[in-house]
Design a protein around this ligand. Structure first.
Ligand SMILES: Nc1nc2c(ncn2[C@@H]2O[C@H](COP(=O)(O)OP(=O)(O)OP(=O)(O)O)[C@@H](O)[C@H]2O)c(=O)[nH]1
Ligand SMILES: [Mg+2]
Length: 449
């Protein structure tokens, strides 16, 4: 436990009214605060029913008090939890009282930050706590829990350890090479490097999947007017969310809904149909469509299977940079077609009917596959974009090391690339992370966590 920390306090339960509200306190003053507020010392790890007192000995509330002695607590410090009645007024009174006794209000994520700084959890685990709280689907929650239990950190550490062993060998050789006549075995070095690279590639693809699990995908439905975009959105969310009419130009505002496609959190956007128009409201709608398409991970360009004059999905490309696109040929019920998925040269095509629902499971499976979540069972850990990027930079540094080894570039250069790779990996677990990055990460947490 770090001696230089002060005592922090926050309401750990959500704002609003509920059966129970919890004030959480952590730091060196906890024992004193606990004794003053409950009137007598608390036994560690024992829950006791107490009256919570103000400075004149008058009751503020009553409830359960729970005291944990550091380092056997979440933060690694002495921790007090007061479970009072879940009223914002009562919580405010208790928090004021705790602060009057020497605590200060905690910043967002400060309890988790202390757990990290006191070595109770590493950075990916601290992030997993926030991700578990913010998870959008059951699978995302499971993934965050796996990361919290250290599954991701363990994988990173395994790569790190292999890397450190290799660095030690090379740097040991560099230190003694003048006396030692035996030359460095570069074949063995290349073999070890390729084993590490394979490990990091596998870890990167798992981390990427973990990031999709956490963040989900932004999917935009777009196309010409009246092709059935809003009908498709309604069918996917299984309720009448967007207005559907037989008149072209119905949708103007970009509507967005959140849905869970078997573990993939999708933010689905319905947009105004794209066409030349004089109507200023519709023009604004089309401008918004373009903005939605630009920000999407996946675009579904809807066309009308019953209308042979329709432009192909390539017209969607004109809307701007598109990451991934699928053309959805809607209204197959009108032409008596069976639903199917075809892989075209430029992008896939799905034939379905938003009206009857035929082909919808094909589309849902396709979206999961495209996001890389097709084979996720309940396993896998959640990860963040910053982890994937750091893994990418570590992999690049390792590739540079391998290229240098192959080119017999000299051990100093190889050692330098390995050092860079190690630094990137250590940034993931937080062993080597700048103050700014830490501040940025913890500031997105909720207060009391
Ligand atoms: N037969 C048939 N009709 C459909 C299907 N999907 C949509 N429609 C009809 O097509 C018309 C237009 O549907 P919308 O969902 O409003 O089309 P949209 O693309 O959102 O149209 P805008 O918002 O005007 O751009 C409505 O009359 C729907 O009932 C389908 O799969 N089969
Ligand atoms: Mg519409």
């Amino acid at each position: 436990m770090r001696a230089d920390f002060d005592t922090i306090a926050a309401v750990a339960t959500p704002a609003g009214r509920g059966a129970i509200g919890i004030v959480r306190v952590s730091g060196p003053l906890v024992r004193t605060i606990a004794r003053r507020i409950t009137g007598s010392p608390l036994t560690p790890r024992r829950v006791s029913h107490r009256v919570f007192l103000d400075d004149g000995g008058q009751p503020l509330d009553q409830g359960l008090a729970f005291f944990l002695e550091g380092p056997h607590s979440f933060t690694g410090e002495d921790v007090l939890e007061l479970q009072g009645h879940g009223s914002p007024i009562v919580m405010g009174l208790l928090l004021d009282r705790v602060c009057a006794l020497g605590a200060r209000l905690a910043r967002p994520g400060e309890f988790s930050e202390r757990a990290f700084l006191n070595g109770k959890i590493d950075l990916t685990q601290a992030e997993a706590v926030a991700d578990l709280i913010g998870s959008l689907t059951t699978r995302a929650a499971q993934g965050a829990l796996h990361a919290l239990q250290g599954e991701f950190s363990l994988r990173v550490r395994q790569v790190l350890e292999a890397l450190i062993r290799l660095r030690a060998r090379i740097e040991g050789y560099l230190d003694f090479s003048e006396e030692d006549v035996a030359s460095f075995d570069s074949g063995a070095l290349e073999d070890t490097l390729s084993v590490i690279l394979t490990g990091i590639d596998r870890l990167m693809s798992d981390a990427h999947r973990g990031q999709v699990l956490r963040d989900g995908a932004r999917v935009a439905i777009t196309g010409r007017p009246n092709v059935g975009k809003s009908s498709l959105l309604n069918r996917l969310v299984r309720r009448e969310c967007a207005i559907v009419t037989e008149y072209p130009g119905t949708t103007r505002d970009a509507i967005h809904v959140q849905l869970d496609i078997d573990g993939l959190a999708v933010e689905l956007f319905d947009t105004a149909g794209v066409r030349e128009t004089e109507d200023p409201i519709e023009q604004e709608g089309i401008r918004r469509t373009e903005a939605v398409v630009q920000g999407a991970d996946h675009v579904l360009w809807v066309s009308d299977a019953a209308d042979p004059t329709q432009e192909p999905g390539t017209a969607a490309m004109a809307l701007g940079h598109i990451c991934r696109m699928t053309e959805v040929h809607n209204k197959i019920d009108l032409v008596g077609m069976a639903p199917c998925l075809e892989h075209g040269p430029a992008y896939p095509h799905i034939y379905l009917s938003a009206k009857t629902g035929a082909g919808l499971p094909l589309l849902e499976r396709h979206l999961r596959e495209a996001a890389g979540l097709s084979d996720v069972g309940t396993g896998g850990f959640s990860a963040r974009r910053r982890h994937v990027w750091a893994l990418g930079r570590a992999r690049d540094a390792l590739r540079d090391a391998r290229d240098a080894a192959e080119a017999r570039a000299g051990e100093e250069i190889i050692a330098e690339h390995l050092r860079m790779a190690q630094r990137e990996l250590s940034e993931i677990t937080g062993e080597f992370t700048s103050e700014e990055l830490l501040g940025e990460i913890f500031s997105t947490f909720c207060i009391g966590k």
